[in-house]
Design a protein around this ligand. Sequence first.
Ligand SMILES: Nc1ncnc2c1ncn2[C@@H]1O[C@H](COP(=O)(O)OP(=O)(O)OP(=O)(O)O)[C@@H](O)[C@H]1O
Ligand SMILES: [Mg+2]
Length: 338
Amino acid sequence: MNDADHRPTASRVMRIFSARSCHFMMARSWNFFIVARILREIMSEAFLQSDLPFPVRRGKVRDVYDIGSHLLIVATDRISAFDVIMPNGIPDKGKILTALSCFWFEMFGHRVAHHLVASDPVYYPAELKPYADQLKGRSMLVHKAQVVPIECVARGYLAGSGWKEYQQTQSVCGNALPAGLQQCGKLPEPIFTPATKEESGHDINITYDQLLTRVSPSLAALLRQRTLTLYSLAADYAASHGVIIADTKFEFGHMPDGSLILIDEVLTPDSSRFWPADTYQPGHDQESFDKQYVRNWLESQPWNKTPPAPTLPDEVVQGTRQRYLQAYQRLTGRELNL
Ligand SMILES: Nc1ncnc2c1ncn2[C@@H]1O[C@H](COP(=O)(O)OP(=O)(O)OP(=O)(O)O)[C@@H](O)[C@H]1O
Ligand SMILES: [Mg+2]
């Protein structure tokens, strides 16, 4: 190498300069992108209530509008735990729940009749057009159904109230189980553990015999069969995506022609226990992609589980949001475009 090679020629100077400035600019724009994203996440506000001029019934999480021929379900960012709505919400939660429900409705669509008609406001009736901003990404136009007032729970693992009941009775909602099962342990086979849908207060777990005092034998059998079929399909799919669906809750309703359809939200972190398969180990609580994280924080607070609930600190809000997003990403294999 001679000295000339060390002397910067005009073109080399230009090349070095442009490469450096390019790196610099790339680094700057990358940093800017990251900072903008973090700021957006921190500053983005939770959408706590929709406001449309139609008769509305507000649930803990959803605002359900009667728009005549159909219902419009708007998933807000409200979060409830122990049946109490928290004072602050989780930004984008309603969008994550809606996108995940729609994903499953699409997947199950050919196997089970369900209530989803459309989730893109472009296809909504004209009178909803002025509200597209509120509705985009967090709403579903659905068939109006006569709700069967039973929470149809399927459990593949022993957690929550199931684990508590098992320790006392070696059974869950009348399903006798073998001795020696562990907390969060896998059940020999999934079980159907219905609960009442109470207008106010906590839902109550019931046995199949108690279910038979509330609905006809044929409806009870259909609820059980659909619940277990849907759970098994979803659990198998989720397992191949690194997620354990420990349990989940479905709701069903009747159409005017008497047929039974799947309604409400399906297989979301609000209605299910989702555990990462790679860290699963029975014998203790699991890490989770659902609201167990919020429940755990609440349990550490001096709060008696009646309203008003304490405000969730920002760390818990962001931690919950990340967990819900992770559930969506793992299960669908996609990033959610928020
Ligand atoms: N297709 C449908 N037809 C009629 N009602 C429906 C339909 N889909 C869902 N729902 C009802 O809409 C409500 C959704 O709101 P949300 O999930 O916030 O309620 P919630 O707090 O769980 O209240 P609830 O205890 O009444 O279920 C539920 O009561 C559910 O039963
Ligand atoms: Mg609900």
